[in-house]
Design a protein around this ligand. Structure first.
Ligand code: BYC
Length: 356
């Protein structure tokens, strides 16, 4: 499938191994059962579950602020997956070959699937998917800043895979160990798929970077445009992050925004070298003392503008989503009518069985 010189290494920087470890830990924890006595003092029990690194489950008592934080983060994450289909969907009809088209189509469908797992995880917290979608459409919930940037060339499909999905995995692998069970379980499946997405993007860029001078230039231009927005995906710097401290206490987040951003930079430098592409940061250099790369921070003023709705594509993304929602109303109505009919038939069959 790949050219002979395509690197065989795991381009997720070993993160897939961490996903597998988190999956094993979840399975073992479920087999062991939980310590502590439920029902004694719910707040003390919740604190004990968090301290023992066990999972909070939907039936458990939880502080309202914990519930609200999870709903905010999981909904924002779900919306990002759905809005995130647009920049790549833009290139499905213009993919350079049938093979590329089939892969891109499958990837965009995967994003829809991720959105569904996440809406389902949010629903376990007592909020419906319809409510969350309404909040997004009303502009009262967010989605990731990164999807407000335009996809200007085919190389952007490679760069989104490599950098955007790469940043997503670095951010999301620790979420496989999130204290809320349904979110952690959803993240395991998502991370496995994301790592494939990242790999396919890397392969697109590798092909372009080793192609004609024009293809190489297109790849470099794309990396130049997406590097800083990808760094900004991790959120504001720790000093300005409003939720990190509390989310880390609750073990929703396991690392701060800056810690994950650093991890991402450290992972990308070697990968860019293998690609033969430059990261657009003249200040990027290894810091022996810190054991990490020094780098130029993204423009956080720009991040805040994009979050507030003033990014290059915010208006276009939301208009498209609202239109798709409107035009899909008949599909939702048909699905609901079909589900009601099935439920009715099942109920009648049950009654018949009882009467017999
Ligand atoms: N964009 O206190 P902070 C994907 C907001 S999908 C927009 O640090 P937190 C993919 C933040 O919400 C990728 N808003 O927040 C899909 C907060 O605002 P509010 C999506 C941002 O939650 C398809 C305020 O800034 N990934 O990869 O502790 C195709 C202060 O921030 C952003 C996830 O959603 C941003 N970048 O940390 C391809 C992962 N950053 O709510 C790829 C799950 C910050 O107070 N989410 N804000 O008004 C998280 O891990 C965390 O929510 C974040 C932010 C690290 C993003």
């Amino acid at each position: 499938m790949y050219g002979n010189d395509f690197p065989a290494d795991d381009t997720s920087g070993g993160l897939l191994g961490e996903v597998e470890a988190a999956e094993t830990a979840l399975r073992e924890a479920a087999e062991r059962g939980r310590r502590g006595a439920a029902g004694v003092n719910p707040a003390a029990y919740f604190a004990e579950v968090i301290a023992a690194d066990q999972k909070v489950e939907p039936r458990d008592w939880m502080p309202e602020a914990y519930r609200a934080t999870l709903i905010r983060q999981i909904a924002q994450h779900a919306h990002s997956e759905i809005i995130g289909m647009q920049p790549e969907g833009n290139w499905i009809t213009r993919a350079p070959s049938l093979r590329r088209k089939a892969i891109l189509l499958a990837k965009v469908q995967d994003e829809a699937g991720h959105g569904l797992y996440l809406y389902a995880a949010a629903e376990t917290l007592g909020v419906s998917r319809d409510e969350l979608v309404d909040l997004l459409l009303a502009g009262r919930q967010k989605y990731s800043s990164i999807f407000n940037y335009p996809t200007l060339s085919w190389a952007d499909m490679g760069t989104i895979g490599w950098l955007v999905d790469g940043a997503a995995i670095v951010n999301q692998v620790p979420l496989c160990r999130c204290s809320y069970g349904p979110y952690a379980r959803a993240m395991i499946r998502i991370c496995k798929e994301e790592s494939f997405h990242q790999r396919q993007g890397y392969e697109i860029l590798h092909t372009l970077a080793h192609g004609t001078p024009a293809q190489r230039e297109m790849a470099q231009d794309s990396v130049n445009r997406w590097w800083y927005p990808s760094l900004a995906m991790f959120g504001p710097p720790d000093t300005d992050s409003t939720h990190s401290a509390q989310s880390m206490d609750w073990k929703i987040k396991r690392f701060s925004n800056d810690e994950l951003r650093q991890r991402f930079v450290d992972m990308c430098v070697g990968q860019a070298e293998v690609l033969g592409l430059a990261l657009p940061d003249p200040a990027l250099c290894w810091n022996e003392e810190r054991g990490a790369y020094d780098f130029t921070q993204p423009d956080y003023g720009e991040l805040m503008q994009v979050i507030k709705g003033a990014g290059p594509c915010n208006r276009q993304r939301m208009e498209h989503r609202r239109r798709a929602h409107r035009e899909g109303a008949w599909v939702r109505a048909a699905a609901a009518a079909y589900a009601a009919k099935q439920a009715n038939q099942k109920e009648q069959a049950n009654q018949k069985e009882k009467a017999a």
